[in-house]
Design a protein around this ligand. Structure first.
Ligand SMILES: C[S@@+](CC[C@H](N)C(=O)[O-])C[C@H]1O[C@@H](n2cnc3c(N)ncnc32)[C@H](O)[C@@H]1O
Length: 230
């Protein structure tokens, strides 16, 4: 199933409900050309800590993931894009038969691989905009608080096209991301942050071929569901 495609080195991302401003490079609102350069970003220690923190785990378990998964069926073979340290993977894997997680940050991918050894999860280091999976592989694809870490709208759209490609006919794409506010912006100073506009996300999913798109908003976030054509 792994076809061994292009890999990106480096690290991206942060958890987004906490305070942390220590960054090496600013790629916010990159042009697409800049974004096509090698991704060589670094997640600062505070962000790494926050992504694994009890605070984030509680928010995910008590509120956010039940909201994202409300009323949907992920099926038997689920792909998670951008698992980070894997708090989301921990939650999802107890609810599905088989899971794959693809993470672009080699350190996070390695650590998650070790942690998921012997479980129902296999972990791939790779780029969700160019995935090493066969067409029509998964019953569902889940993206949790990761899209805004993909450094351009063009690359985000490429990720949507890739998700469409690896989904089985009628497969489900579901997830959540943050909406823009000043606190969110400050937290991401110097970090990768191309915020997804929920008003435009439906049309973007439609352009990638998805149907039955539903977007719901709560303060600071939106969730989405969409189906691949049958
Ligand atoms: C903010 S973290 C979210 C982690 C986890 N989903 C959660 O909600 O706790 C975003 C993750 O997406 C990863 N990521 C960003 N772009 C990616 C890409 N193109 N392919 C795979 N992973 C990516 C980052 O390295 C980071 O680990």
């Amino acid at each position: 199933m792994f076809a061994g495609r292009r890999r990106l080195s480096g690290a991206l991302g942060s958890c987004d409900d906490a305070i942390g401003v220590a960054y090496r490079r600013s790629v916010c609102n990159n042009s697409d050309r800049e974004a096509e350069k090698e991704w060589d970003y670094h997640m600062n220690r505070l962000h790494r800590w926050l992504c694994q923190s009890t605070m984030w785990k509680r928010a995910l378990e008590r509120k956010l993931l039940p909201w994202v998964l409300e009323g949907i069926d992920l099926g038997d073979d689920v792909l998670e894009v951008g698992p980070g340290p894997g708090l989301t993977t921990d939650f999802l894997r107890t609810r599905v038969a088989r899971m794959t997680a693809i993470e672009v940050d080699s350190r996070l991918a390695d650590s998650l691989k070790r942690r998921m050894g012997g479980t129902n999860v296999r972990v791939a280091e790779g780029d969700a905009t160019d995935m090493p999976f066969e067409d029509e592989s998964f019953s569902a694809v889940v993206s949790l608080t990761m899209l805004h870490h993909v450094p351009s709208v063009a690359l985000q759209d490429r990720l949507l096209a890739e998700v469409y490609r690896v989904l089985r006919p009628n497969g489900l794409f579901a997830g959540m991301d943050n909406t823009w506010n000043i606190a969110f912006h400050l937290i991401h100073l110097g970090d990768t942050m191309v915020v997804v506009d929920p008003n435009m996300f439906g049309p973007r999913l439609g352009a990638a071929g998805f149907r039955k798109v539903v977007i719901d908003r709560i303060t600071g976030r939106f969730r989405f569901r969409a189906l691949r054509a049958g």
